[in-house]
Design a protein around this ligand. Structure first.
Ligand code: UTP
Length: 291
């Protein structure tokens, strides 16, 4: 295999309207909703950094400025924490600080779909491979899910997407794989279809919100063809890469919480709190009261 370009870039689309979370998302970006004490967007950025990502592009829209503020240096806050001797909190803020210039934002003026959001990042992507993280898919993994994809990319080259099996009757909510060869952790792909009717779905292996894609996908996206739901679907353009480039699904190790959905979001709170030494005991105690 010719030497691969290193994976250093990630695109994080955050321009969606978050209608399933109204009224919470009327003035607040969905990606700023906290799970325990950290906003969803920060989990995604930390996961990407753990995979060696150094350059970030947020695809934003109206009402999303808090996301950009969140990654800025908060001088007044740091000064106040310092004056009050809150060294632990100060150290945490500083440890999480982003390298200057590592985040760019691009505005998607109209949310025309995930594919359109990714196309908006074309000048950032240029000729490089890039990861995509949808922050409302929150991952609880021992090894960063994006790192699992980056490792697979180094193994196979080309495009890799994180996949999971879902019950047949739910495949119509996802991008679905048409499997060429199932090798266990890795699956080679011969086709993709977005939100197929249950009876027409080629498998029950579905794509979750983690991808490593080659820049050639932008050429397909630029045709702006509308797919399922009248949106410019990323899946449709990814499907056009198959045959021209390797395309694999990766059965990631870990758990996914759909935090764009109210029940998934609540479950994530519990799962993440139970992982925290400072909270697990209290959470177990109060959960016992709801049996
Ligand atoms: P969703 O399908 O969850 O849509 O988008 P949404 O608008 O965020 O939420 P609901 O369904 O109305 O409740 C999946 C991801 O794609 C981004 C979203 O921000 C989210 O990360 N997205 C979607 C965009 O950035 N632009 C779009 O045009 C559509």
């Amino acid at each position: 295999m010719p030497s691969l370009k290193p994976l250093k870039k990630a695109v994080l689309p955050v321009a969606g309207l978050g209608t399933r979370f109204l009224p919470a998302t009327k003035a607040l970006a969905k990606e700023m909703l906290p799970v325990v004490d950290k906003p969803l967007i920060q989990y995604a950025v930390e996961e990407a950094r753990a995979a060696g990502i150094e350059q970030f592009c947020f695809i934003t829209g109206r009402g999303k400025t808090a996301i950009v503020e969140h990654f800025d240096v908060a001088y007044e806050l740091e000064k106040t924490l310092s004056e009050r001797g809150k060294e632990k909190e100060l150290a945490q803020l500083r440890a999480e600080a982003m390298e200057p210039g590592s985040i760019v934002t691009v505005r998607q003026q109209v949310p025309m779909g995930l594919g359109h959001a990714i196309w908006c990042a074309r000048h950032f992507i240029q000729d490089d491979p890039f990861a995509i993280l949808l922050p409302d898919d929150l991952m609880l993994c021992d090894v960063s899910c994006t790192k699992q994809l980056a490792d697979a990319y180094r193994e196979t080259g080309g495009n890799v997407v994180a996949i999971e099996e879902v019950p047949r009757e739910r495949v119509n909510r996802y991008g679905v794989l048409d499997v060429e060869k199932d090798m266990g952790r890795l699956v080679s792909v011969k086709g993709l279809v977005e939100k197929p009717p249950v009876e027409k779905a080629p498998s029950n292996l579905t794509i979750i919100g983690r991808y490593v894609l080659m820049p050639e996908v932008i050429g397909h996206l630029s045709k702006m063809e509308r797919g399922a739901g009248g949106e410019v679907q990323l899946t449709d353009s990814m499907a056009k890469l198959i045959g021209a480039q390797p395309f694999h699904g990766v059965r990631y190790e870990g758990r996914r919480f759909d935090c764009g959905d109210k029940a998934g979001f609540l479950e994530a709170q519990i799962a993440f709190a139970l992982k925290r030494e400072d909270m697990a005991g209290a959470v177990r105690d109060f959960l016992a009261r709801y049996r």
